[in-house]
Each structure stands twice: as C-alpha cells, then as structure tokens.
Design a protein around this ligand. Structure first.
Ligand code: DC
Length: 232
C-alpha cells in the first residue's frame, strides 16, 4: 500500500450532534490525530472560573481574561483510546465536562482574543495535516483549506433527546422541555455571535444524522475520507 499524503478533516456542527463520536472514530481507523476544539474553549472557561473572572451574576471579566491568555497553555494527553485535556499541565478532562463549565463557556467563546489565541494553537496542531478536528469554525476559520469538511446537523428534537438520555444516564434530575430549550438557545448564541459564528462552509458536505445510526454515520464519513484521499 502506498502512503497517501495526510489530509486535514474539519467537522463542524451544532451541539449534541454526535460529531465528536464520529471524529474520534475516523481518527482511530485512519491513525490521524483527533483534536476536540470545544475542550479548549472549556479549559479556558475553567481557568476563568478558577481565577475569579466570572462573577456571581455570571458577568465575565473580559480584560482580566485577555490579560491572562499568555499564561494559559492547553495540551492533550493520549492514553490508549482515551484523550485528556491538560490545562497548564493539569488533567482537567472531567472538570471541563461539568454543567457548570457548559453554562459559562458561551460568553468565553465569544471573546475575539480568546478565539484568536485558540485558533492559532489549533492551526499549529494541524500544520502537517493528518488531523481530524471538530468544533464550530474549523472549516470556516481554522482550516479553510481542509481537504474534507463536513457539517453535521440533526433536528433540535433529536439532539435534545440524545442530550436528555445522556444526562439522565448520569443521574441528573432534568426534564426534556428544559433540555430542548437549552439546545435551541445554544444554537441561537452559536449562530448569531459576531466572531466566527457557526455556519456551514460553502464547500462542506452537509450530513443530517437525525435518522442515522452511529455505524451508518461512521461509514459515510469514512467513505468521504477515502474519496478525498484518492483525490476524487
Ligand atoms: O463542542 P462543545 O460543546 O464541547 O463546545 C463547547 C463550547 O465551545 C460551545 O459553546 C461552542 C464553543 N466552541 C466554539 O465556539 N468554537 C469551537 N471551534 C468549538 C467550540
């Protein structure tokens, strides 16, 4: 088998579409590096929370956060199939997935200087290709020249149901209508933010997985990958 030139794969889309499951699986079967860009925004949010930059009324001290950016380093540590996010060398993988971080991440991700710093880190990680990155602005801003771009979507109801099942399985006391309202409101914030709003790149393949199983969506992505690798 001849080695093909490594390509860049950008997966963007709405929250709770299962795009990170797809991205991780593709990275696994291709041997590519997987980068969860959302984890980076979550790690910066955790830093802001820990350093008193988010007040009790949820206001974010943007100047303090911007001044602290040079002090924040984010890396990923791979152990077997799992990947952990490191904030200044500390494994924060579990902490960045809490509801508290989820609730504070949107305003942090809307700060232009935060985005510029993280986009620069993401571009450095993908300099040599051979990477699968998922997020909101990967195909539009981070890797506008990615060989394969996929924009993943599913109906708000489908995504709310998935999120509801996930939270219920974790033992959270929640109701479906609240989860649906949160999905709809996060979509709105993601789509209307001034800096790098969530939007499908013109050359991205649209994949609606409302009616697809995990195996079916993985196969579609792998087929797309193979056709790009072969220069189709
Ligand atoms: O994918 P996620 O839910 O872990 O992302 C966390 C937050 O970060 C989400 O509110 C959107 C934001 N985000 C972003 O603005 N740009 C990215 N490339 C990835 C995530």
């Amino acid at each position: 088998m001849t080695m093909k030139r490594p390509i860049t794969v950008a997966l963007d889309g709405y929250s709770s579409t299962g795009k990170s499951t797809m991205a991780r699986q593709l990275a696994k079967v291709t041997g590519y590096r997987y980068v969860d860009s959302g984890a980076m925004y979550r790690a910066v949010t955790l830093y802001a929370m820990r350093n008193g930059m988010i007040a009790a009324d949820d206001t974010l001290d943007i100047p303090a956060l911007v001044a602290a950016l040079p002090m924040i380093s984010i890396d990923f540590e791979v152990n077997g199939d799992r990947q952990s996010t490191l904030l200044n060398g500390e494994n924060v993988e579990r902490e960045i997935r809490t509801l508290e971080v989820s609730a504070h991440v949107s305003p942090v991700a809307a700060v232009p200087q935060v985005r510029h710093a993280l986009v620069a880190m993401q571009q450095a990680m993908g300099r040599d290709g051979g990477i699968v990155m998922d997020g909101r602005d990967i195909g539009t801003t981070v890797f506008p020249h990615a060989e394969l771009k996929v924009f993943v979507t599913a109906s708000a109801e489908t995504r709310a149901r998935r999120r509801f099942d996930e939270l219920k399985a974790k033992g959270e006391d929640i109701n479906y209508d609240d989860v649906l309202a949160n999905v709809v409101s996060r979509d709105h914030i993601d789509e209307t933010r001034a800096e790098s709003p969530l939007r499908k790149a013109d050359d991205a393949v649209l994949l609606d997985n409302s009616e697809l199983t995990v195996d079916e969506q993985n196969k579609i992505l792998l087929d797309l990958f193979n056709s790009r690798i072969n220069g189709d």
